[in-house]
Write a protein that binds this ligand. Structure first.
Ligand code: FEC
Length: 299
């Protein structure tokens, strides 16, 4: 190994509202989008209320802050590659190769492997490298001690005495379980470790952000789960989204608006932990993961 670099991958977000149709088309991968689905998505982005000059979601800016901090901490070049927007994973890899980097560590800003999520990043990464460099790809890092510690601290900081903690992650079509995907177990493993770290026993797990694709998705969905919690006497809920690391549409809309509204209807108080974003402790955890991968290359 002579010249390593990191390809830091994230989901990506439209730069402005007018990009939403092209961005949604990319997510759908050529499958049709009904006009009312597009209208609904534009309305959700619009409702985030962020100045369009900065983009309708904070995700791209947070990813850039994370990239810049990771580069500083590691003292190595870090390139951003987005799954669904620019700069693409392919462009990031090309850029790194053109600058002469011969060892690329691929790291996704999402902690848990699934055949419908991280596997897609891996495909794009490997296709782009096309055996032109040595690669290490981090498949998952949801039990990384620094990550568990950070979430545990965030829970301790935000939790009130009687809060019930609900860990959440993005739902996926239920068929992934039939093909042997361990996504639900990996999520529960993180939730258990974080709960232990925060010394809480009053917790549960729910999925969020299901898409209207016409097939069954993993549940329970957080909105139904809140109803069940209220029925069982819970009055306060603290959401800890273990499957995400940044503020973005799925947090700012699905939790901060939709879940909060449902909670209010039910007479529940719902708050959530602050996301890791580009927090120095989180960046240090990412750096630890990258250093371990690089040590394995040189070993
Ligand atoms: O803030 C932003 O602009 C982007 C937020 C965003 C993140 C994100 C993360 C994940 N997704 C995952 C799975 C799916 C599957 C489908 C799907 C659809 C959407 C749509 C939008 C969207 N996702 Fe996403 N996701 C984000 C945004 N996601 C917008 C399209 C409209 C909608 O359905 O709401 C369904 C695709 C299909 O229709 O076939 C499946 C998973 C993650 C977490 C891992 C990761 O970050 O890669 C899993 C952030």
């Amino acid at each position: 190994m002579s010249d390593p670099a990191v390809i830091l991958m994230a989901y990506g977000s439209p730069d402005r509202l007018s990009d939403v149709p092209a961005y949604y088309a990319d997510i759908r991968g050529g499958r049709p989008i009904r006009p009312e689905q597009l209208d609904d998505l534009v309305a959700r982005y619009r409702a985030l209320g962020i100045d369009d000059a900065q983009g309708p979601s904070p995700l791209n800016a947070i990813t850039e802050d994370t990239r810049a901090s990771l580069e500083r901490v590691l003292g190595l070049p870090v390139f951003t590659g987005m799954r669904h927007w620019q700069p693409r994973i392919g462009a990031a890899v090309e850029d790194a190769l053109e600058r002469g980097h011969d060892t690329l560590v691929g790291l996704v800003l999402a902690p848990h492997w699934s055949s419908l999520s991280i596997a897609k990043y891996l495909e794009l990464f490997e296709q782009a490298v096309a055996r032109r460099a040595e690669t290490r790809f981090v498949r998952e890092w949801g039990t990384e001690p620094g990550f568990v510690e950070l979430l545990g601290q965030r829970i301790r900081a935000a939790r009130r005495a009687d809060s019930h903690v609900v860990f959440t992650a993005h739902s996926l079509p239920a068929r992934i379980v039939e093909i042997g995907d361990a996504y639900p177990e990996s999520l529960l493993q993180t939730a258990r470790l974080v709960a232990d770290r925060a010394a809480i026993s009053d917790w549960s797990f729910a999925f969020q952000s299901e898409s209207p694709t016409g097939e069954p998705w993993l549940g329970p969905d957080i909105l139904d789960h809140l109803t069940e919690l209220r029925r069982s006497g819970v009055e306060e809920v603290l959401v800890c989204p273990v499957g995400f690391v940044s503020d973005h549409l799925e947090i700012r809309w699905d939790i901060d608006v939709e879940a909060v509204e449902r909670a209010q209807e039910l007479g529940l108080r719902l708050t959530r932990i602050a996301m890791p974003n580009a927090d120095p402790d989180f960046v240090e955890t990412l750096a630890t993961i990258v250093r371990r991968e690089l040590a394995a290359v040189t070993a």
